[in-house]
Design a protein around this ligand. Structure first.
Ligand code: NAD
Length: 495
């Protein structure tokens, strides 16, 4: 059976998942879920609002209060989370097809990257949770001071559409492992896999009410979650614009702990002593066009030394045919559809702006595959970009690379840091002093040296500056979903 035939037999369920029950919004409101692959309506989705959020928060609170989840030993929660991860892998083909149909990424990546990373993340936090110890402080003898971590309570999670399962997993895995209850609001553009994950979680043994998924629009369902007086923490991934609102809403309500993973405009610096130009070219091109350029950490600013720029671009242009968008459901496609018409129009308007501002379009620049009814943009490269142009300053979130020349390392670092974002960066050089010096000088949460592709659940992910507050992944993520308690115990020792 081909993958396309398999998708025609799929059932889509856009109802919310509250207290382990599928349900429509209390208001009865729904919205159409349109596939960017070909513009068809996949299904209706519950258009939840504050009433549904409140029901989900109540269910989550009840589960927290009666300890049906946090009362389990860490080793028991571990077993459930590992089963959850195994179920994700077992349903990998189905989840990958849902993800591709919902947000347009190539099916081979949805299967090999999204499904496996989400499962790996949930397994990793499950395995970690019974290996983390609390502390005893080095106090004087007459007292004992215990420093313990406690689950926070009800965690609201709000995520975007570019890696729907992975972004959700990065938050729900550490939050659940610590014993919290979760209310997840997926993006209205890609709600289907999150809803399926919640069903699989319950199948794995996560008790009802512990993990709820409430789909809906940002202003209608996301805001009530961020403003809710009985939500103890928010894990948010999305744009810097909305992230700022989330912090404000936390301040306007109960000062809930607020963690934000936001936008990026990551610089990819290639010095003139780059040790392997072919690999640098392949990495830069492959990374900006991966996931249709819809990655927060996409290296969208290529800073290349003037001496090697022409050579670099000549090699980059040879790779362009490989990245022409194709059918996302075909196993060989490497670039799929943008998430929706609005995103496609945003990307095209940035391309127009780049041309108006005087940048030189040397590849792509247009919509393609319009006959499919889907939303596709050609891989696009601008040469002659200045760092103060809009296409160099703002996050485009599409397959658009801006090429900026520099003359020396000081200029490279100044240009790299001259942006409101600070998510990731890369420097390519064979000089170890230059590599270390530049890595230290770059204001970014992650710096790569002579590569851009390494990633692992064991390392923190997050940004400096307006790329957000806090870190996902690694053991550091436990800090986001636990409160630290100090307990003083007086010791009147008889000896
Ligand atoms: P977005 O900010 O528009 O939406 C993100 C989520 O917030 C969605 O679920 C949306 O419904 C919700 N939302 C929107 N308005 C809201 C409001 N007023 N109140 C509460 N919730 C609201 O972002 P997007 O377009 O879905 O995603 C793209 C952005 O996500 C990019 O900026 C990208 O860089 C960023 N991102 C960051 C990371 C990271 O780890 N730093 C990872 C992936 C994506």
């Amino acid at each position: 059976m081909t993958q396309i035939a398999a998708t025609s037999e799929m059932a889509f369920d856009g109802r919310a998942f509250i207290n382990a029950q599928r349900c429509w919004a209390q208001s009865g409101a729904r919205f159409d879920n349109i596939s960017p692959v070909d513009g068809r309506v996949l299904c209706e989705v519950a258009r939840c609002d504050g009433i549904d959020i409140d029901l989900a928060v109540q269910a989550a609170r009840q589960a927290f209060v009666d300890k049906r989840w946090r009362g389990l030993a860490p080793a028991s929660r571990k077993r459930v989370l590992i089963r959850f991860a195994e179920l994700i892998v077992a349903h990998g083909d189905e989840l990958a097809r849902l993800e591709t149909l919902d947000m347009g990424k190539p099916i081979s990546y949805a299967r090999s990257v999204d499904v496996n990373s989400a499962a790996n993340c949930i397994r990793w936090y499950g395995e970690a949770v019974d290996k983390v110890y609390d502390e005893i402080a080095p106090t004087p003898e007459q007292a004992l001071a215990l420093i313990t971590r406690e689950p926070m309570g009800v965690i609201g999670v709000i995520v975007p559409w570019n890696y729907p399962m992975i972004m959700a997993a990065w938050k729900i895995a550490p939050a659940l492992a610590c014993g919290n209850s979760v209310v997840l609001k997926p993006s209205e553009k890609s709600p289907l896999t999150a809803l399926r994950l919640a069903e699989l979680a319950v199948q794995a043994g996560v008790p009802p009410g512990v993990f709820n998924v409430v789909p809906g629009l940002g202003a209608e369902a996301g805001s009530p979650l961020a403003l809710h007086m009985d939500v103890d923490g928010i894990g948010f991934t999305g744009s810097t614009r909305v992230g700022k609102q989330i912090h404000i809403m936390a301040g306007q309500s109960n000062l809930k702990r607020t963690w934000t993973e936001l936008g990026g405009k990551s610089p990819f610096i290639v010095m003139d002593d780059c040790p392997d130009l072919d690999r640098a070219v392949q990495t830069a091109v492959g990374s900006i066009f991966f996931n249709q350029g819809e990655s927060c950490n996409a290296p969208s600013r290529l800073l290349v030394h003037r001496k090697i720029k022409d050579d670099f671009l000549e090699r980059a242009l040879q790779l362009i045919p490989k990245y022409q968008p194709g059918d996302p459901l075909h196993k060989d496609t490497v670039m799929g559809a943008l998430v929706d018409r609005a995103q496609m129009e945003t990307v095209l308007s940035y391309i127009d702006k780049g041309c108006q501002d005087g940048a030189r379009l040397i590849a792509g620049g247009a919509a393609t595959r319009v006959e499919t009814g889907g939303f596709y943009v050609q891989p696009t490269i601008f040469d002659g970009v200045h760092n103060d142009m809009t296409i160099a300053r703002e996050e485009i979130f599409g397959p658009v690379l801006s090429v900026i020349e520099f003359d020396d390392v000081h200029e490279a670092v100044r240009l790299a840091n001259d942006n409101i974002y600070g998510l990731q960066a890369s420097v390519w050089t064979r000089d170890i002093n230059c590599a270390h010096g530049v890595a230290r000088a770059l204001r970014a949460g992650t710096v790569h040296v002579n590569q851009y592709d390494e990633d692992d659940i064991t390392v923190p992910f997050g940004g400096y500056k307006q790329s957000g507050v806090g870190r996902d992944k690694s053991l550091h993520a436990f800090d986001k979903y636990t409160e630290l308690k100090t307990t003083w115990i007086r010791i009147d020792s008889p000896i």
